[in-house]
Design a protein around this ligand. Structure first.
Ligand SMILES: *Cc1c(COP(=O)(O)O)cnc(C)c1O
Length: 399
């Protein structure tokens, strides 16, 4: 089908996106799309979500000028949007609160979610506790072992954590299980998807719920600098924190950079850089850039940061790359670890390893830009969750 016709179809970003789902999920996906277009404009729903974001989650998060890091990088001024200060430690809660509240508005009686590193599981468990719905989180058993503290958090928050023992026993398999649960329980259950991925309407729904990052950052940055930044930088796992930031700048002249996990090398299985090593395919209900072999089998991925360790990318990013509106670059494990240490030392902020990828690229970019320029970096989360992993890697006992 020609691209020009696909563009007019809801849920497509150019030739990417769409709704590749089993028959049983078509009606619930329709229902979800209809509910969101209704409630996103409903004043009572909006007021309740805004109040949760403000009084429970801690919005607005500030922006911070990273003066010391700027001096060390040498060049453009680096400014951080502080999603690390959001309740539960990352931007994920913006999405979870919105979707759990939507589930309640749709009169669903339970929510399910998938999680890899555990951050989306923790955010959804917290949102479900606050809003008052039972929550089941699917998690690969390999990830449960690697991210044991987050498993404890989810349980404390009242969620049931179900280990997934199939496939690679990681995020991809947890998504399959969460979708299977949803398929069997569509009447009573909402599936809280954790990134700007999956079948329509999820990529749009998640983008809109994360766009609060970009809206705040744009007005905060204008207050600070009297203009928009020359560049905006965010790490890209599925792409939700990045699209949340980028959405505020799409129509301006700010250069947009998404940073993928370069891992430990360029070979298959060594990284999660979909834009340099991937090709077009369908995974988890959406057509997008995907790491796959010649036969269409999904390839394994590697990153020091679990949140970037996923073989596909949100479809809107695939279109932003194709159109050239955003550029996608890769930062490897070693450079991310250096940025993790550098931000901790210079600014007293321990970033999530995911966010450290964005910081590493921003430092490199800053050094190539004049001091009069400025770069806005989305600091998607805090690094407390990563301390054990960083110590393990630095001791050289990485799996
Ligand atoms: C989950 C996560 C990411 C990656 O997810 P996106 O959907 O690409 O934003 C990045 N940073 C942190 C801190 C995360 O928890």
């Amino acid at each position: 089908m020609p691209v020009s016709r696909e563009k007019k179809r809801p849920g497509y970003f150019g030739e990417y996106g769409g709704r590749f789902a089993p028959e049983t999920l078509m009606a619930p996906l329709e229902e979800l799309g209809r509910a969101w277009s209704r409630f996103r404009r409903d004043p009572r729903f909006r007021a309740e979500l805004d109040s949760l974001l403000r009084d429970y989650a801690g919005r607005p998060t500030p922006i911070t000028v990273a003066e010391n890091l700027t001096r060390q990088a040498g060049g453009a001024r680096i400014v951080l949007k502080r999603e690390d200060l959001l309740h539960t430690g990352a931007h994920k809660l913006n999405n979870s609160l919105g979707q759990v509240l939507l589930a309640k508005a749709m009169r669903k009686s339970r929510v399910v979610a998938e999680t890899g590193a555990g951050q989306h599981g923790v955010a959804t468990a917290a949102a479900a506790a606050k809003i008052g719905l039972p929550c089941v989180v699917y998690m690969g058993v390999v990830d449960m072992e690697r991210q044991a503290p987050n498993v404890s958090r989810m349980k404390l928050l009242g969620a049931e954590v179900v280990g997934v023992d199939s496939g690679s026993r990681t995020l991809k398999d947890a998504i399959n299980e969460a979708m299977r649960d949803w398929t069997e329980n569509v009447r009573t259950t909402h599936y809280v998807l954790g990134s700007a991925l999956g079948p329509h309407p999820y990529p749009t729904l998640v983008r809109e719920l994360q766009s609060v990052i970009g809206k705040e950052a744009r007005s905060q940055f204008r207050k600070l600098a009297g203009r928009d930044p020359h560049a905006a930088v965010a790490c890209v796992g599925g792409g939700s924190n990045a699209i949340g930031l980028f959405s505020a700048y799409l129509s301006g002249s700010t250069k947009l950079f998404g940073v993928e996990a370069g891992g430990r090398g360029t070979g298959p299985g060594d990284h999660a850089a979909r834009f340099s090593g991937g090709s077009v395919g369908v995974l988890h209900g959406t057509r997008t850039m995907l790491l796959q072999d010649a036969g269409g089998q999904v390839l394994p991925t590697h990153s020091v940061s679990a949140g970037l360790d996923y073989p596909a990318v949100g479809p809107e990013h695939a279109e932003l790359a194709r159109s050239g509106r955003a550029a996608y670059v890769r930062v490897d494990d070693a450079d991310a670890l250096r940025a993790f240490a550098a931000l901790s030392r210079t600014e007293g902020i321990i970033p999530a390893l995911e966010s450290a990828h964005a910081v590493a690229f921003a430092c490199q970019l800053a050094s190539e830009m004049p001091r009069s320029a400025s770069i806005l970096v989305n600091l998607s989360g805090r690094g407390d969750k990563d301390l054990a992993e960083v110590e393990r890697v630095l001791r050289g006992t990485q799996a």
